[in-house]
Design a protein. Structure first.
Length: 400
């Protein structure tokens, strides 16, 4: 028996009065986060113990000019402070950059750790009840929610859409793991022309959603640049740009979820390269295409979906010559360049598709065949500890 965590994200449709109530929560939580961050920056010696920041919330509520903080759920304000404390901890451990102030027109969120209820009506519709709100918010719950809901996060996108994320926890029976040699494995090579190339020779073309929407985005951003900042027309133009970016984001997310789910369903072990996406994206000629592909998000989705199924994602060493190595005779072609999509081995005269050959080599190296030298960095199974995971579309929540 083991405890499994999973996240669900649903669209919600609040009324006008409920939107005003939610906006108060967004504004108060954003104010607390920014106020405490500014306080910590200016008076670092006083707040070396970052947990002392939490006491400032109670002090603020007693002041005459901050009584409006009492209109919202007090636990949501405390959760905003805890988010800042986590961000500061990661910064001190050099795992992330220094926390920045939250902006009004970016994505807005607040958390509710207790006293909420997700109710299903007789007609099959779902409604959410949260503290200090007398009416229920309609929820578009398009799938069954498993387990007990531990926490609720309500968010608003920059395009004006409202969502609720449910952090759920349930118990599952531990499965008997089969022998590693009997598991069905596949090697995949990620690219820009073909997003996925498998060791069996199958290819999935890169959709390039951002590139296809560039003309509409340029037009909308040109209109936005000519408006007076924070005017009524500027807000309308900004929302149009946000809607276009939201469409690209949703298209990319949908594609990545379907592609990752297909791979996980068909294989027990997935082998891939340990890509340095952060370093590769600094190439000014390829940065936009790499960001549009979403390699990092795709690998993250593969990791947690294989964890659900008791399967594995194995990454080979970053400096393995997977593209230059002949998959038939192990000859290394040192003259291979990035623009060479096909090449012929000088040793066995085999003609290779660059991506298919790389995927085959990734599979062989990952399986630890004796004809390959051991990599400097040992082959490792993907771990959630390397990167913090946020709730997106049915996501797991790592323990902190």
């Amino acid at each position: 028996m083991k405890v499994q965590r999973m996240g669900y994200r649903f669209r919600i449709y609040p009324t006008k009065k409920q939107k005003i109530f939610l906006e108060k929560h967004f504004g108060c939580c954003r104010f607390i986060y920014n106020y405490l961050l500014n306080l910590h920056s200016k008076h670092y010696e006083k707040f070396k113990n970052i947990f002392d920041l939490k006491k400032e919330i109670a002090r603020l509520k007693k002041l005459e000019g901050f009584k409006w903080l009492k209109e919202v759920n007090s636990q949501s304000l405390q959760e905003s402070c805890l988010d800042l404390i986590k961000a500061l901890k990661r910064f001190f451990k050099k795992l992330s950059q220094k926390p920045r102030f939250k902006r009004k027109f970016n994505k807005q969120t607040f958390k509710i750790p207790q006293f909420f209820e997700l109710r299903r009506s007789n007609r099959g519709r779902f409604f959410l009840l949260i503290p200090k709100l007398g009416t229920e918010i309609r929820v578009n719950a398009h799938r069954e929610v498993k387990g007990k809901i531990k926490q609720v996060t309500i968010s608003k996108t920059s395009s004006g859409e409202y969502y609720v994320s449910l952090n759920c926890e349930y118990v599952v029976k531990a499965r008997n793991k089969t022998d590693q040699k009997k598991k069905i494995g596949i090697g995949i090579d990620l690219g820009l022309t073909s997003f996925i190339t498998t060791s069996s020779g199958n290819k999935k073309a890169a959709p390039k959603f951002l590139r296809k929407s560039e003309d509409k985005l340029k037009s909308a951003q040109r209109v936005l640049s000519k408006k007076d900042r924070y005017s009524s027309n500027w807000r309308k133009a900004r929302k149009k740009v946000a809607i276009l970016y939201g469409k690209v984001r949703n298209q990319r997310k949908d594609f990545l979820h379907k592609a990752s789910r297909e791979l996980v369903n068909e294989n027990q072990v997935i082998y891939l390269e340990d890509l340095n996406v952060k370093g590769m994206i600094k190439n000014r000629h390829l940065s936009k295409s790499i960001a549009d592909a979403g390699w990092g998000e795709f690998i993250r989705q593969l990791a947690y979906k294989t964890a659900w199924e008791d399967k594995e994602v194995v990454r080979i060493g970053r400096f393995e010559p997977s593209s230059k190595l002949c998959s038939n005779c192990s000859y290394i072609n040192e003259e291979l360049k990035l623009q060479d999509r096909f090449w012929e081995c000088k040793s066995c005269l085999s003609r290779h598709d660059r991506d298919v050959n790389a995927a085959k080599n990734i599979l062989k190296i990952g399986q630890g065949m004796s004809e390959f030298k051991p990599v400097e960095k040992p082959t490792s199974v993907f771990s959630f500890k390397k990167r913090q995971v946020d709730s997106v579309k049915q996501e797991p929540f790592p323990r902190l």
